[in-house]
Structure formats: structure tokens, C-alpha cells
Design a protein around this ligand. Structure first.
Ligand code: SF4
Length: 375
């Protein structure tokens, strides 16, 4: 029996929800614990999504607590930590919110047990998810062609492990591709053949073989995956992109979180009424500072009560972004933001041969932000 823990964090966003469904269907042999770290400030749509996931997974999603409710005068984690930070609002440069409410509870829960953490970075994304600095936690990305984290790749492909990796290739490779893969496996990393080039060459030659070699290599290390007898994802060639995520959610009955659905707005431009659409591009706290201006307008018009609550946090010189929300909610600012959004989207639509879709907008907005909150 393996002692390895398998954890999958549900952020309330589409990708982690789809990953939970994907893993429960494709890797039923793994005893995965699904968890979420509640900030107390999510949109109702996020809580609804987690409820629906609970019934589809047939397993309770565990809540990792970041505070001791009994010993805090505050009713929820965000307000509890905000009081500790003296009202200092988090920002991209000082993201105490993620550390305190997501990463620390996760690492505390894991303790010292060897743990595999599954993260839903998609195959069409170019970012690395959160990888813990704790050596007993290994991150796996099942939606990507390269399921391994950067630290594993760096170690396995380093020149000091060249002979070990080459010997696994010789042992495991089918005869028909042996010559081809060995030219890459035996070639040291150098300015002319970078780690990235080597990785791509080996993966393109045969991704399953690459995964088998890495799996064997991990058995010679302390990485948690190396402690498993069998790891289903080694044999997977799936690459899951945005369309697949929406399909997984729809097919399962969980559905796409309601805030992604585009809603029509009107704006007058040069005396003419134009119709555009807006939505929210990500999960997370309703006041998240990663929001674009048009998403703040969406919040103002779709959830005016929450917008007012976000304003209440802006005091003593602390604001969510450079522009105060009291300024942003003025009708002339709302009109200007919609106009800028409408014109930008239409410029991008006319540049694209297929026309910009609401899913393209999500892809663009995803570039910036926090992998723990928005996946
Ligand atoms: S959603 Fe935004 S505000 Fe909330 S914890 Fe994440 S980064 Fe911080």
C-alpha cells in the first residue's frame, strides 16, 4: 500500500473543476482528496459550482481552514487577516491573501507526508502553476503534454543525470525509435541544445516513453510519484485545452460557472448605441485586484451590493487599484470603460480571421493572476 497522499485543490474556477471531474473519471484507482480554501469572499456562483461538484464527484470537498473561527472576532478568513495586516489591502506586489488563505493552509494540511498535488494548468496555457518549495510535495499537471513540473525536468535532464536517463531510454524504448530518441537522450544540454529544446525533442519523439523514463528516474529519488507502483498518467497522451474544459463541465452536468457567461451591455459611441458583452474572466474574491476595469463595471452592474462592499474596504489611503472605486462607479467613467472595451474587442475581432469569441477574451484575461485562485 502506498502512503502517498493525492490532493486536488478546487479554486472555484473552471479548470480545477474540470480537472477534478477528469481525474475522478480517468484515475479512479487514486484516492484523491478534493479540497478548497474558502476566503469567505467568493461570488455565490463559485459556491454553487462547488456544491454541484460535490454531488458529481460523489465525495465531500474538504475545506482547509486558514483561521480558527472560535478565536477570531472576524466572521471570515479575509477579514480576519485584513485586521492582522492593519487594513493593508493585498495587491499583486503584496499578495498576502493567497499566502495566508490558500498556500499556508494547504502546506499545513499536508505536513510531512509525501504528497502529489494535481493542478489544472491547461495544454493551451503558457504558465507554471504553484509548485511548493517543500520537498515532500510534488506537482503534476495532467492537462498538459508535459505533466511534470519544472524542478523535475531540470533534475532529470541535467547533464549530471545524462547516463541514468540514457540507460532508461535504452531499456524502455521500442527498437523502431531507439536510434532517434537516443540522439536526444545522449546529447548534453549546452547553449546550442537547451533544456527546453531537449525536453521538446524527447516529448515529440514519444511522450509515453518520456513519461515512463521520468517515472523510472523518480523511483531513484525521494519524489512522491517515485513511491507509487503504478501511475496512470504516465500512459496518457491527453492535452486538454479551453474548449475541452467547457465540454467536460457541460457533459458532467456541473456546467460552466455562471459568471463566465457573456451579458450584453449598451454604450453610446459617436451618437450611436452599440452593444457589447462583458463577463467575469475568473473565479476568486469578488473584489480581487486582478480584475480588469470592465470586470469592475460588471460587478457594479450585476452585483451592486458586492461593489458597495468592495468600496467599504477602501479606506485610510488603501485602494484595490490606482483608481478609487468611488471614481470608477461614476456614470462618465463607466461609459468610458465600456467604450474602451467595446472598441478594443472590435479591433481585435477585425484583426482575427475567425472573429473574437468570449472564450478568446477569457484566454487573454487569464495571462495575469494567481494560479491558486483562478485555475
Ligand atoms: S482571488 Fe484575488 S484577492 Fe482573493 S485571495 Fe486570490 S489573489 Fe487574493
Amino acid at each position: 500500500m502506498s502512503r502517498v497522499k493525492h490532493l486536488l485543490g478546487i479554486s472555484g474556477g473552471k479548470d480545477s473543476a474540470a480537472l477534478a471531474i477528469y481525474m475522478s473519471k480517468n484515475c479512479p484507482e487514486l484516492d484523491i482528496e478534493y479540497y478548497t480554501c474558502d476566503t469567505g469572499k467568493e461570488l455565490k456562483e463559485t459556491y454553487d459550482l462547488i456544491d454541484r461538484l460535490n454531488s458529481v464527484l460523489g465525495k465531500e470537498i474538504v475545506i482547509y481552514k486558514s483561521m480558527d473561527d472560535a478565536n477570531s472576532p472576524m466572521k471570515n478568513p479575509f477579514d480576519h487577516f485584513l485586521a492582522i495586516y492593519g487594513g493593508y489591502l493585498p495587491s499583486p506586489m503584496a499578495r498576502w491573501c493567497t499566502n495566508k488563505m490558500k498556500l499556508e493552509p494547504f502546506e499545513e494540511h499536508v505536513g510531512d507526508a509525501p504528497t502529489i498535488s494535481y493542478v489544472g494548468i491547461r495544454g493551451d496555457e503558457n504558465r507554471e502553476g504553484y509548485v511548493s518549495k517543500k520537498e515532500n510535495i510534488q506537482t503534476i499537471f495532467p492537462f498538459r503534454k508535459n505533466i511534470w513540473s519544472e524542478d523535475v525536468i531540470k533534475k532529470a535532464l541535467s547533464n549530471s543525470n545524462l547516463e541514468v536517463i540514457s540507460s532508461f531510454y535504452k531499456e524502455l524504448s521500442p527498437e523502431v525509435i531507439l536510434k532517434n530518441v537516443m540522439q536526444y537522450a545522449e546529447q548534453p544540454i549546452s547553449p546550442k541544445f537547451t533544456q527546453r529544446q531537449k525536453l521538446n525533442a524527447l516529448i515529440d519523439a514519444d511522450v509515453k516513453l518520456f513519461n515512463k523514463v521520468i517515472f523510472e528516474f523518480l523511483k531513484t529519488t525521494d519524489y512522491p510519484v517515485g513511491k507509487l507502483d503504478y501511475f496512470h498518467l504516465v500512459d496518457s497522451e491527453d492535452v486538454i485545452v479551453l474548449d475541452d474544459v467547457f465540454k467536460i463541465l457541460e457533459d458532467s452536468g456541473v456546467g460552466v460557472p455562471a459568471y463566465y457567461k457573456p451579458i450584453e451591455y449598451e454604450v453610446e459611441i459617436d451618437g450611436e448605441i452599440k452593444r457589447g458583452t462583458y463577463s467575469r474572466s475568473r473565479s476568486g474574491c469578488f473584489f480581487c485586484f486582478y480584475q480588469q476595469k470592465i470586470e469592475w463595471v460588471w460587478l457594479l452592474e450585476q452585483h451592486p451590493d458586492l461593489f458597495e462592499k468592495a468600496i467599504e474596504y477602501e479606506k485610510e489611503g488603501y485602494t484595490w487599484m490606482a483608481e478609487r472605486l468611488e471614481e470608477l462607479k461614476k456614470p462618465e467613467r463607466v461609459k468610458a470603460i465600456k467604450k474602451e472595451h467595446y472598441l478594443r474587442i472590435n479591433r481585435e475581432k477585425s484583426k482575427s480571421r475567425t472573429g473574437q469569441s468570449w472564450q478568446d477574451e477569457i484566454l487573454q484575461a487569464e495571462g495575469e493572476g494567481c494560479a491558486s485562485c483562478f485555475i
